[in-house]
Design a protein around this ligand. Structure first.
Ligand code: SF4
Length: 119
């Protein structure tokens, strides 16, 4: 076997091994991160929509967007509820998140029967 043929064979062998390692590494990395890519990105407050009072859970706890329209609020509303966290204003009204209604916003002046006064 000639020297140049040996060098070419050796080169091809090394090149094949390098390519194999690169493909293998890429597939491992892709596998490791594919679950993270598939996960839905976290929503920001601006992505959140207002809770629909007709939502099944909202109806069940008699959620109203204005506590004055509730016969059981006794003047209490989300702002003073332990489940509420103020986030921003929308159309001049304070809105925030509620532990009960994950992924939605409620009005600061809203009320529902799950109300629990902040300590
Ligand atoms: S649990 Fe509290 S913060 Fe949530 S909607 Fe009812 S009153 Fe408002």
């Amino acid at each position: 076997m000639k020297m140049s043929e040996m060098n070419r064979r050796k080169f091809m062998l090394v090149a094949t091994q390098v390519a194999g390692v690169a493909i293998f590494s890429r597939s491992i990395l892709k596998g490791l991160f594919s679950s993270a890519e598939a996960a839905e990105p976290l929503k920001t407050v601006t992505d959140l929509k207002m809770l629909d009072p007709k939502d099944t859970l909202a109806s069940a706890v008699k959620y109203v967007e204005d506590y004055k329209k509730s016969q059981t609020s006794k003047g209490n509303h989300c702002v003073s509820c332990q489940f509420y966290a103020k986030k921003e204003k929308r159309a001049g009204k304070e809105v925030g998140t509620c532990t009960i209604f994950q992924g939605k916003l409620v009005y600061g002046n809203a009320f529902c029967n799950s109300y629990s006064k902040k300590a």
